[in-house]
Structure formats: structure tokens, C-alpha cells
Design a protein around this ligand. Structure first.
Ligand code: ZN
Length: 269
């Protein structure tokens, strides 16, 4: 046996042993659906584009569109197994994510990064709507009332680093589901270590030492500049606090929080 087939044989054995058996059938469904999209892209004349023009000259210079945001979630379920099952059930909730991180740090890749998962739903960040079309969704196995495990955060940081490098995603574009869907979503919970993520280049953090907002400082405008949808002011404040002020669950913004917002506004704008 020469070297190349041996490498493939090892890879194949690893791939088989890493794929949980109950998912052999749904993996087949994945392949079938991906094949359908592949065929659609190759179809000529184009039948998947809005332009209804009579003339077509295919350009020779193109690549796939890339994700430019990352949206982080907690699953609000009781086990990774339960989540994998939910995301492989056709019909029903129709929800999915690109990655799922289990309590022991195991990461399941569920969808090609270049395809659209059903994770963010109705969403807005800055003037970006439909985050599903432009983001990678990462679900962390957590019921919403417990701390995240060290193994999960270690795996998450490694994954985020690879995504950031591969797709050139700016630090400002790593958000939580609650950030992009205020009032509708509250994940990941206040246990989530956003400060640690920011220290590693995923999201930004504040430093209020010596910060003094001007007398006419408008906290709601600051929230809007950072990226929050402020249509419902209470909901926007709640999402901001879930992310940046874990210990305060009121819907009011005090003087310390004004300093935080003023500093973040300058960093995010
Ligand atoms: Zn979510």
C-alpha cells in the first residue's frame, strides 16, 4: 500500500468513528440537500436569481460569499444529544446552527460555513438585517441557568480564532443572539464570559477609568451606534446588560452604565 491511500484509509476510519451512528440517515439527507443546491448553482440559464434578463454572459471571476458575523447562542436544552436531534429533525422547528459545542468541549460541525443556517431568525445589528444570511451560528450546550464549562470556552475560543482568520471577521462582529434580537431572545445568558472573549479579540469591552460622558450624552443613541435595535428601548437595554453588565437586570441606565456606554460607543462606531 503506498502512502496516499493509507492516509485516506486513516482519515476514513477517523471520520466514521467521529460520526455518531444515529445520524447516518440524516447525514444522507444533508448530502442530498447540498447536492440539490450544487445543481442549482450550476444550472444554465440561471433560474435561482432575481434578474430576469434575456442576456447571460457568465463571468469567470467569482468565489462563494463569506460570513461576516458570528452569533453565539445557548441551546436552552438539557444535552448535546437533544440539540443534535432537534437540528436534524426535518419539519418541526426548522432550527439549526453551523456548530454545536458540548459540555466536554466536543464541537459538532453541522453545516458548511458558506451555507445559511436557521439560527438568528428575525434580527438586526446596526443596519444589517437577516443575520442568518451573513453570520455563522454557534450553539453552546447550556440550559440557560448554569455556568458554561471551561472546556466549552476553550473549544469556542479556538473555533472563533479559526473563523476570524479564515473570513477576516472584525472584532465588532461577534455578538450574542440577545444582541441581535432584543426582547425576543436572551441567550447566551449572563453566565457567558463576554469579557474573556473580548480579551481574545472577539467583541469589544469597556474601560471606564477617567471616562466622563458629556452633559448631553444620549444613552439610547449610544446603544444604536453600538449596533442595537432600539425600537423597544427596554428590550435594547436588557440585551445590553445581558452582554455587558451581568449584575444589573434593571431597565434603567445609571451613571456608571452611562460611562460604559460612552466608552463602548466610541469603540464600536
Ligand atoms: Zn439563540
Amino acid at each position: 500500500m503506498n502512502k496516499i491511500p493509507a492516509v485516506f484509509a486513516i482519515f476514513f476510519i477517523l471520520a466514521i468513528s467521529c460520526s455518531p451512528k444515529p445520524y447516518a440517515t440524516t447525514n444522507k439527507v444533508y448530502r442530498k440537500q447540498a447536492k440539490k443546491f450544487g445543481k442549482l448553482l450550476m444550472h444554465y440559464p440561471l433560474n435561482d436569481s432575481v434578474g430576469n434578463e434575456p442576456y447571460f454572459v457568465g463571468t469567470t471571476n467569482f468565489t462563494m460569499r463569506r460570513p461576516n458575523f458570528v452569533v453565539i447562542h445557548h441551546t436552552a436544552q438539557n444535552s448535546c444529544e437533544q440539540t443534535l436531534k432537534t437540528f436534524t429533525t426535518a419539519g418541526g422547528t426548522q432550527v439549526s446552527a453551523h456548530y454545536v459545542i458540548c459540555k466536554d468541549g466536543t464541537v459538532f460541525h453541522m453545516l458548511n460555513d458558506l451555507l445559511r443556517a436557521h439560527q438568528a431568525g428575525v434580527s438586526r445589528w446596526g443596519n444589517n438585517y437577516d443575520l442568518n444570511s451573513s453570520s455563522i451560528g454557534i450553539e453552546i450546550d447550556n440550559n440557560g441557568f448554569e455556568p458554561f464549562t471551561d472546556a466549552q470556552i476553550t473549544s469556542l475560543l479556538a473555533l472563533l480564532g479559526r473563523l476570524k482568520r479564515a473570513y477576516n471577521i472584525p472584532a465588532t462582529n461577534f455578538m450574542g443572539h440577545a444582541d441581535v434580537a432584543p426582547g425576543r431572545k436572551v441567550d447566551p445568558s449572563r453566565y457567558f464570559p463576554w469579557h474573556k472573549l473580548a480579551e481574545n479579540g472577539f467583541g469589544l469591552w469597556y474601560d471606564t477609568i477617567g471616562v466622563q460622558p458629556p452633559a448631553d450624552f444620549n444613552p439610547m443613541l449610544a446603544l444604536r451606534i453600538i449596533g442595537y435595535d432600539i425600537k423597544n428601548p427596554d428590550a435594547a437595554i436588557q440585551s445590553f446588560k445581558i452582554h455587558f453588565v451581568h449584575e444589573d437586570s434593571t431597565k434603567k441606565i445609571n451613571d456608571d452604565e452611562k460611562k460604559i456606554l460612552y466608552d463602548l460607543m466610541k469603540k464600536y462606531q
